[in-house]
Design a protein around this ligand. Structure first.
Ligand SMILES: [Zn+2]
Length: 376
C-alpha cells in the first residue's frame, strides 16, 4: 500500500514542457507533489527513483572509505589542522551527493522548487571542486611533504633534494602559492553562474554547456597532479613515502576515465536515445552519469589518501604546528574560511536565480493546481 500511495505517474504529454526529459516518455510525477509525496516517491518506480538512489547510497560508501584515514599509524587526531583540508573535501563530496539526490527527489514539489533544486545541485558541484583543490593543495602540491633543505636533518635523509619535483620553476611556484586556490574559487563561481543560466537561457545546448563548464574546474584544480605526473616524485627511492604515493597516478587516470564516460552519458543521452521509452524507469543515461561521477570521486579519494599516507610516513612532515615542510600548513581561515566565503557567494547567486525563477514560474503554480484537480 505504501508503494501505491501518492499520485498516478504520467506520460511526457501530460506534464509541463519544462519537466520533460529527452527520450523519457513515462514515469513522470506531476509538479505539485507535497513533501511527503516526494519523499515516498523514493520507494516508487518513477523516472527519478534511480537518479535519487545512485547518489544517495554512495554517501555511505564514500564515508566508509573516508574514515579509514584516521585509523592509520602516525595519523594525528581527526580534529588536527593537518586534516582540515580533508574534512573540507569530505564536506564538498557529502553536500554534492546529498544535494543531488535530494534535488532529484524533491523537484516535483513545484516548478519553482524544481529550479531551486537544480541551482543548489550546481552550487554544490562547484563547492566540491574547491574542496578538492584544497585537498590537492595541501596533500598533492609539488612541495607537500618536501622538507626545506635549509632546515633538514636526519629525519629527512630519505627525501629527494635534487629531483625536478624538489626544484620548482619560479612561474609554477608563483602559480601554486599565489594563484591556485583563488583560481579554483573564481572558476567555481563562473560554473555556478553559467549552469544556473542554462536553466533560463541557452536551453538548446544545455547539456553540452554544463559538461564543458565543469571541464574548466577539473583542469584548474588538477594542475598539482599534472605537475606531479610530468616531473619526478619529490620522494627519493629510499623513502617509504615513494611507494605509498606511486598509486596516485593510476587512481588519477581512472578518475579521469570515469569523468570522461560520465560526460559521454550526459551529452549522448544513451541508451534511451536508441529506444525512447525503454529506459524510462531504470537504466537511462542520468543514472549511469551518476554512477560514473561517483566512481570518479571514489578514485579521487583513493588518490588523495595515497598522498596523505605518503606524508604520514614521515611524521615530522605532517603539516604544522612545527612542520618542516615548505608549505604553510592549513589553518581555519585557509580551509574552512575559504569554503565559507565560497558557500556564501554561491548561496547569494542561488537566491538571485531563485527569485528570478519564482517570477517566471510562480504564476503557473495556480494553473497547475487547477489542472491537477481536474485530473482527480
Ligand atoms: Zn543528477
Amino acid at each position: 500500500m505504501l508503494l501505491n500511495c501518492g499520485q498516478p505517474l504520467l506520460r511526457h504529454t501530460d506534464v509541463p514542457p519544462r519537466v520533460i526529459e529527452n527520450f523519457i516518455l513515462t514515469g513522470y510525477r506531476f509538479p505539485n507533489y507535497s513533501l511527503r509525496d516526494c519523499l515516498l516517491s523514493a520507494f516508487r518506480p518513477t523516472n527519478e527513483t534511480g537518479n535519487f538512489w545512485t547518489h544517495f547510497l554512495p554517501v555511505f560508501i564514500f564515508t566508509y572509505h573516508f574514515v579509514e584515514v584516521f585509523g592509520w599509524r602516525g595519523a594525528p587526531d581527526a580534529s588536527a589542522p593537518f586534516f582540515y583540508p580533508l574534512w573540507n573535501y569530505f564536506l564538498g563530496v557529502f553536500c554534492l551527493l546529498m544535494a543531488s539526490s535530494m534535488a532529484h527527489l524533491l523537484n516535483s514539489m513545484s516548478l519553482v522548487v524544481r529550479e531551486v533544486c537544480f541551482f543548489v545541485d550546481y552550487g554544490t558541484i562547484s563547492a566540491y571542486t574547491v574542496g578538492s583543490s584544497l585537498a590537492y593543495y595541501y596533500y598533492i602540491h609539488p612541495r607537500a611533504g618536501v622538507a626545506d633543505r635549509g632546515t633538514q636533518n636526519d629525519t629527512f635523509m630519505y627525501l629527494s633534494t635534487g629531483g625536478k619535483g624538489g626544484v620548482m620553476m619560479p612561474e609554477f611556484r608563483m602559480f601554486f602559492e599565489m594563484l591556485y586556490i583563488p583560481s579554483a574559487f573564481v572558476v567555481a563561481i563562473i560554473c555556478v553562474l553559467s549552469c544556473c543560466n542554462t536553466r533560463q537561457r541557452w536551453r538548446t545546448h544545455r547539456y553540452v554547456i554544463r559538461t564543458l563548464v565543469f571541464l574548466l574546474p577539473f583542469l584548474v584544480s588538477s594542475t598539482p597532479i599534472f605537475y606531479r605526473l610530468l616531473t619526478t616524485s619529490p620522494y627519493s627511492a629510499a623513502s617509504p613515502s615513494l611507494s605509498a604515493s606511486t598509486s596516485m597516478a593510476s587512481f588519477f587516470y581512472r578518475h579521469c576515465l570515469w569523468l570522461l564516460v560520465s560526460a559521454l552519458f550526459n551529452i549522448s543521452k544513451l541508451p534511451e536515445r536508441l529506444a525512447p521509452g525503454r529506459f524510462d524507469i531504470w537504466g537511462h543515461s542520468h543514472q549511469w552519469f551518476h554512477c560514473c561521477t561517483f566512481l570518479s570521486i571514489l578514485d579521487e579519494l583513493h588518490m588523495i589518501k595515497a598522498e596523505v599516507r605518503a606524508i604520514l610516513l614521515h611524521p615530522d612532515l605532517v603539516l604544522p604546528p612545527n612542520s618542516l615542510s615548505q608549505l604553510p600548513g592549513p589553518s581555519l581561515s585557509s580551509t574552512y574560511g575559504v569554503m565559507l566565503l565560497l558557500q556564501t557567494s554561491i548561496v547569494s547567486i542561488i537566491l538571485w536565480f531563485s527569485w528570478h525563477a519564482n517570477r517566471i514560474y510562480g504564476p503557473q503554480r495556480d494553473q497547475l493546481d487547477q489542472e491537477q484537480r481536474k485530473r482527480q
